[in-house]
Design a protein around this ligand. Structure first.
Ligand code: 1CP
Length: 354
């Protein structure tokens, strides 16, 4: 494989010195880009887009053609695992994801198959191999999965939700059944991420989007414990290259020390925490990724630049910071504003690394 021409992301995630702060954007390939909407239209529906390695590769590379990003993220979705388990996923415009067969009863949980990532999820691995070839070492490719808790929430509910009430009822009424579901999903996520690593992703991120809905005690037992098993089960080095692991719990700002204890390489931060305080709390145990409020991107480019400068300043001098938003870029954002942010971070961060 060709060596990386730009390895700032990997270096910052491993807290090695860099010349400037690397940046990528959650949901950087997505609906705010007209070229994404055009490919999505050509595909017909979202899962067809995900299941075509050529089109998934095309949309992965689209933001890199426009912006000086320091990473590519595989274009796919966290819900590919439950889809491969046979839950019947559809993602319709404006409606969000829906499962035809949610999993709520013990018999349904016990009957769940463990997908083989190179068979049922082969389209994802083929996309990874194709993207690596097309990237030709320009920037690293990030692979990802949902956390077991976040995936289980969609599997039980059968759709997105504000409060995941059915899943929480299961948690309190039949925790054993939920644990069994989480154990199956954990095995599947571990296999899936290890297959992505074998196929060529150079860092992995686990999205625990709904961990912040839990109590501190439930977070520990129903989300973090399973992410810990994944961190322990991942292949962390390949051909002498360390594969950094990033854990992101949205709403998890109170639990950063516990997240760092898992031995992950980096922690994703939403915008509700002060990144300077987070650095102080986590110390040299993990790098930090984040954490600008995505809404800042609605503001004028000068304001975006000021906010980016404030985050860089709060993090302070030295490595261990990957700039990102605190959650995904929303469809209504002007792509030029994303460009302003990326340029601002690259320019303003240089003094912090001298
Ligand atoms: O209409 C469309 O084109 C579908 C919109 C869309 C897109 C662009 C969905 C459906 N998924 C994606 C891509 C996607 N999803 C990526 C691609 C890579 C990139 O970042 O550029 C990634 C990493 C995800 C991850 C994902 N999917 C998460 C975790 C991260 C997060 O944003 O919290 C979650 C929760 C999902 C579920 C999902 N898939 C799609 C939607 C609209 C949702 C959210 C549903 C909900 O709010 O409950």
């Amino acid at each position: 494989m060709v060596p990386l021409k730009n390895d700032r992301l990997i270096r910052a995630l491993l807290r090695k010195p860099v010349d400037r702060t690397p940046i990528w954007i959650m949901r950087q390939a997505g609906r705010y880009l007209p070229e994404y909407r055009a490919t999505r239209k050509r595909a017909g529906d979202f899962m067809t887009l995900c299941k075509s390695p050529e089109m998934a590769c095309e949309v992965t590379l689209q933001p890199l053609e426009r912006f000086a990003l320091d990473a590519a993220i595989l274009f796919s979705d966290i819900l590919t695992i439950p889809d491969a388990m046979g839950l019947g996923l559809t993602i319709n415009e404006g409606e969000g994801p829906r499962f035809a067969h949610p999993v709520r009863r013990r018999v349904e949980i016990e009957a769940l198959p463990l997908p083989d990532p190179e068979i049922e999820l082969r389209y994802v691995m083929d996309a990874v191999r194709l993207i690596r070839r097309e990237l030709d070492g320009r920037v690293p490719l990030i692979g990802f999965s949902g956390s077991p808790w976040t995936l289980a929430s969609y599997m039980v509910e059968g759709r997105g939700s504000r409060d995941f009430a059915i899943t929480k009822t299961l948690l309190y009424d039949d925790p054993q059944a939920l644990r069994q579901l989480l154990a199956t999903v954990t095995r599947s996520v571990t296999d899936y991420l290890n297959a992505q690593i074998s196929a060529g992703v150079q860092a992995v991120m686990i999205f625990d989007t709904w961990g912040g809905l839990l109590t501190a005690r439930a977070y520990e037992h129903f989300s973090l414990a399973y992410m810990q098993q994944i961190v322990d089960g991942l292949v962390r080095e390949i051909d002498g290259n360390r594969i950094p692991v990033v854990l992101f719990t949205k709403g998890g700002g109170q639990w950063l020390e516990r997240i760092a204890d898992t031995g992950c390489d980096a922690i994703g931060l939403d915008w509700t925490v002060d990144i300077g305080d987070a650095r102080h709390r986590v110390g040299d145990r993990a790098a930090l990724q984040g954490n600008m409020d995505p809404s800042v991107l609605h503001a004028a480019p000068e304001r975006i630049r000021e906010e980016a400068g404030a985050i860089l300043d709060r993090f302070g001098h030295g490595t261990g910071h990957v700039f990102n938003l605190g959650h995904g870029v929303t469809p209504t954002i002007d792509p030029d504003h994303v460009g302003s942010l990326i340029d601002a971070v690259h320019e303003l961060s240089i003094p912090y690394h001298q």
